[in-house]
Design a binder for this molecule. Structure first.
Ligand SMILES: NC(=O)C1=CN([C@@H]2O[C@H](COP(=O)(O)OP(=O)(O)OC[C@H]3O[C@@H](n4cnc5c(N)ncnc54)[C@H](O)[C@@H]3O)[C@@H](O)[C@H]2O)[C@@H](O)CC1
Length: 508
């Protein structure tokens, strides 16, 4: 993947470090003015969207004692000048002096409570200066406002209660519909509970890109939001089916035949030289009827021409399929071929206890959801990492990948992909409809086809990130409003469409 096409993620502390020289040079007020301008602009968009106008709408800000509160006050002043009934609740006995003066001068009103008809509530209590736990300020009307559909909650820089560095949340949090964050993407808004509390995230450039870039170059580890596709090679004129890559899938059982249909069809539609399937005879027949170009086998050995293998979707309780897992592990160990382990394959691995760590070749990617990851961590004797998953999900996944010596992809609304000695990739998508049976099987199919065709130098994490991105984009295309009205089968064609758009360079 083109490294420049990735969007870096920063911790709150890293952004503060990048800011420091600008503040020393006396540029603080300009930075704050730009932050406030960006915040007010995004609030105006919300108002227009919800009320069809800006003039005469109502916005209340919860204002903390630091610069985050200063941003909020300046933004409220700008909104007031556009005819908004702008009010501020000071949650501390201190407030940013210049911000407060600007707010007053613009005609803003201080208040002690939040009214029921407020259109937007700005959370400017704490941003990157957060430390320790967080309790909701005791403001009459706050709990009601947070629960009300008609009030949009917009967080200034980061929702109060979220650790912008890790994604951990305090015992209480002001969950936002929209977070307007400054300077660059912050890690804690993209992963774990922090991502859930942040809603949609918009980044406002406040003129510190140069500082951040310099800082990024110095950073020991860089984390990224996936923003572009690695190019999987288009078929060349001289290609034949074997030179394009052969994806072998071990999936499906008498109990779950559909998992094989979904993963194999997804692999075929993603595009590679050939897709082969190992499954019980009736499952092979079913899949062949759905996708006649595949080659089925009932022997567990990995076909000699395979360039990537996936094991797992729906193989539960099938002894032959379980034997195929060992064949696949052995194949990857011998050849260095890319191996995707998903679903039931992960359960089988967890049953092997601490032995599992010795069995995983470096060319493996595990694709657990949270429950499966916890089970694997416990089985591997790393229960400590289960606790870390809440406090700092990215670190926990990175540590586990390092411990196992292979790539780990934690599925969820935010996907975290950690490959040892490589940058960690995070992909966040607003596609709640992906929480449907079979969507993971489709992801496995897309991933194994990409792994079969990608050149040998493309890191496995980046191939996995591409698969996750296509999958997420497909769901967004099918269901732009996030109402969940689609099944996993529909994702397959949509993934393919997503890929075509990506190669045309039209994503986002
Ligand atoms: N430094 C700058 O000049 C700029 C800062 N910006 C804004 O300023 C923010 C950072 O400002 P600050 O460093 O003043 O920090 P914050 O305003 O984020 O928070 C610090 C204040 O919150 C209190 N606090 C910390 N943790 C708390 C907790 N758990 N519960 C209750 N109160 C708590 C602290 O006592 C302190 O008074 C950024 O998030 C951003 O919004 C932007 O305006 C851009 C420029």
């Amino acid at each position: 993947m083109d490294a420049e096409a990735l969007t870096p993620l920063y911790t709150g502390a890293e952004v503060r470090q990048a800011e420091a020289p600008l503040l020393e040079a006396g540029e603080g007020p300009q930075l704050m003015a730009r932050a406030a301008w960006g915040l007010a602009g995004e609030v105006a968009v919300q108002l227009r969207h919800r009320r069809g106008r800006i003039y005469g709408t109502r916005v209340t800000g919860l204002i903390g004692p630091g610069n985050n509160g200063g941003d909020g006050l300046f933004a409220l002043a700008l909104l007031r000048r556009r005819g908004v009934d702008a009010r501020a609740v000071l949650v501390s006995d201190r407030a940013h002096d210049q911000g407060l003066a600007a707010f007053r001068q613009a005609g803003g009103r201080l208040t002690q409570s939040i009214d029921a008809d407020v259109d937007v509530l700005i959370d400017a209590v704490i941003g990157t200066g957060t430390s320790g736990g967080f309790a909701l300020p005791q403001v009459p009307g706050l709990t009601e406002a947070l629960a009300r559909e008609s009030t949009a909650v917009v967080a200034c820089d980061a929702p109060s209660g979220v650790d912008p560095g890790t994604g951990a949340v305090a015992q209480e949090v002001i969950a936002a519909d929209l977070t307007v964050t400054f300077g660059g993407h912050k890690l804690g808004l993209m992963v774990g509970a922090g991502a859930q509390a942040s809603g949609r995230v918009v980044v406002v450039d406040i003129g510190m890109a140069g500082e951040l870039a310099r800082f990024r170059a110095e950073a020991a580890r860089s984390r990224s939001v996936v923003a572009a596709e690695p190019v999987t090679p288009a078929p060349r004129r001289q290609d034949h089916k074997y030179s394009r890559g052969v994806a072998h899938v071990v999936a499906g059982s008498h109990r779950y035949p559909g998992a094989a249909v979904l993963s194999v069809r997804a692999a075929v539609q993603t595009g590679c030289g050939m897709v082969t399937l190992y499954a019980p005879g009736p499952v092979v027949s079913l899949v062949t009827a759905a996708q006649p170009e595949i080659v089925g086998t009932t022997a567990p050995e990995i076909p000699p021409r395979a360039t990537a293998v996936a094991v797992g979707p729906g193989i539960a309780e099938d002894p032959g399929q379980c034997a195929a897992l060992d064949c696949a592990l052995d194949w990857a160990q011998r050849t260095g071929g890319r191996l995707v382990l998903d679903a039931s394959a992960l359960t089988l691995l967890a049953e092997r206890g601490e032995q599992l760590t010795a069995q995983l070749p470096a060319s493996t990617v595990l694709t657990p959801h949270l429950g499966e990851l916890r089970a694997l961590m416990e089985a591997a004797g790393r229960k400590d990492l289960c606790e870390e998953l809440e406090a700092s999900p990215v670190t926990a996944v990175e540590d586990f990948a390092g411990y196992l010596g292979c790539t780990v992809l934690l599925k969820g609304a935010s996907t975290i992909i950690a490959e040892p000695r490589s940058r960690t990739l995070v992909h966040r998508v607003q596609a709640p409809g992906l929480a449907t049976a079979g969507s993971g099987d489709v992801l496995t199919g897309v991933l194994v086809a990409l792994a079969a065709t990608a050149g040998p130098k493309v890191p496995l994490a980046e191939i996995a990130a591409t698969a996750v991105r296509r999958h997420g984009q497909a769901a967004c295309r099918l269901d732009p409003q996030g109402r969940g009205g689609f099944g996993a089968s529909a994702l397959i064609e949509a993934c393919n469409g997503a890929a075509i758009r990506a190669s045309a360079g039209t994503f986002d």
